[in-house]
Design a protein around this ligand. Structure first.
Ligand code: GLA
Length: 384
């Protein structure tokens, strides 16, 4: 778990300069998958796994970045920072610097130490946590106070334009704007949002299939292209449809035949997922946990069968959870093709649930999963 004091003293020892410390969380998405870039709805929560960033100014004109996780240090000339990715972990912080420079900030010389415990390539937004922590730290140094939604947009741009991953806004948004004990229903069109309390009687049990997932990988990009193909077909008939957010199931019934079979299925997932996400937020706000669980089950089916973004292991993890005591709802969370499932579980049964699920998954799949009992945490902030 985070230890800002430990990072502070390591930074001080390495760079001989007292740092300011910032924290940015990873996230788990309760529902609303591959809807964000279609200007639809998502309902994630920030989690305790996070990135910590320690920053202090330097006087030698250099930007020096150290990763506690990788044990690697890279040094740049602050006046000549890279403009394109270098295919390593530094792309995330350097992408943020490139975007901040593009916003008119002169990037000063500084030392930055990064430490994180968001499991990497697990669909829990480790990259967004690094971007948001870096953006908060550096904007503090240059005296800019960006509101959370703006910070999220800048970091999404870092990932799209510098890292080269075509992600939507969800991960950066929830990392910057999450609220303790709440899920956040985000309208990805105008970035308006509502917080939905997660009752204390409900635990977020995150089950890692241990199958690696990557947003930069080809599958995410292919799915996004198929979603856009479906939208373009509908837009030929209804020009006001700019994103699948504007489309309906009846549009698919009318014009689905003009799309590739894959585009039709992907679009059906996105369109029905938007409806489910709104219904899930309402169910959570009304404490209708049964309804919420049913919607999560439907969402998983749609994600697995129509969007074809699941995998044998994730389908097994969801199926094996079904009759365990305490389960409210389970589905694959995040970009897909591996990573974690999110299980909403009655808090008092969560420990037993986690143990039983791990045992079942190990015996069925032959891989020991990591299972974490989490609660929704607050968004990114400076650690005092
Ligand atoms: C990844 C992306 C997000 C979103 C999800 C799928 O996490 O970074 O923008 O598209 O996949 O819902």
């Amino acid at each position: 778990m985070h230890d800002p004091a430990a990072l502070q003293s390591k930074h001080l020892k390495r760079f001989q300069s007292e740092p300011s410390i910032f924290v940015a969380p990873g996230r788990v998405n309760l529902i609303g998958e591959h809807t964000d870039y279609a200007e639809g709805f998502v309902m994630p929560a920030a989690i305790e796994f996070a990135t910590l960033a320690a920053i202090s100014p330097r006087s030698d004109g250099k930007v020096v970045i150290y990763s506690e996780n990788f044990g690697e240090e890279y040094s740049y000339d602050a006046a000549a920072l890279p403009r394109r990715r270098e295919e390593r972990w530094t792309d995330y912080p350097m992408g943020v610097l490139a975007i901040l420079a593009g916003e008119g900030h002169t990037i000063p010389a500084f030392s930055l130490s990064l430490w994180g415990d968001v499991p990497v390539a697990s669909g829990l937004s480790s990259s967004a946590a690094v971007e948001i922590a870096t953006a908060l730290a550096v904007s503090h140094l240059v005296g800019a106070a960006y509101p959370g939604p703006v910070l999220a947009r800048l970091c999404q741009r870092a990932e799209n334009e510098f890292v080269g991953a075509n992600c939507g806004i969800m991960d950066q948004f929830i990392s910057a704007n999450g609220a303790e004990d709440h899920a956040l229903l985000l309208d990805c069109r105008d970035l308006s949002y509502k917080l939905a309390p997660i009752p204390h009687s409900v635990a977020l049990v995150i089950a890692n299939t241990m199958v690696k997932h990557s947003v930069a990988g080809g599958e995410y990009t292919t799915r996004r292209a198929e979603v856009e193909e479906a939208c373009a077909v509908i837009a030929k008939h209804r020009p006001e449809v700019r994103f699948l957010r504007d489309a309906t199931v009846s549009d698919l019934e009318k014009w689905g035949g003009e799309m590739s079979p894959n585009a039709l299925k992907r679009a059906r997932h996105v369109i029905t997922e938007n409806t489910r996400t709104l219904a899930a937020a309402e169910a959570l706000m009304k404490h209708d946990l049964k309804k919420l669980g049913t919607l999560m089950a439907e969402a998983h089916r749609s994600y697995s069968q129509d969007f074809e973004a699941s995998c044998v292991e994730a389908d097994a993890m969801v199926a094996l959870a079904q009759d365990l005591p305490g389960l409210i709802g389970a589905r694959l969370t995040g970009g897909g093709f591996g990573g974690c499932t999110i299980n909403l579980v009655e808090a008092e049964k969560a420990a037993e649930f986690a143990e039983a699920l791990a045992a079942r998954y190990t015996s069925e799949i032959g891989i020991v999963p990591q299972i974490h009992i989490c609660h929704a945490s607050g968004g990114a902030h400076r650690v005092s």
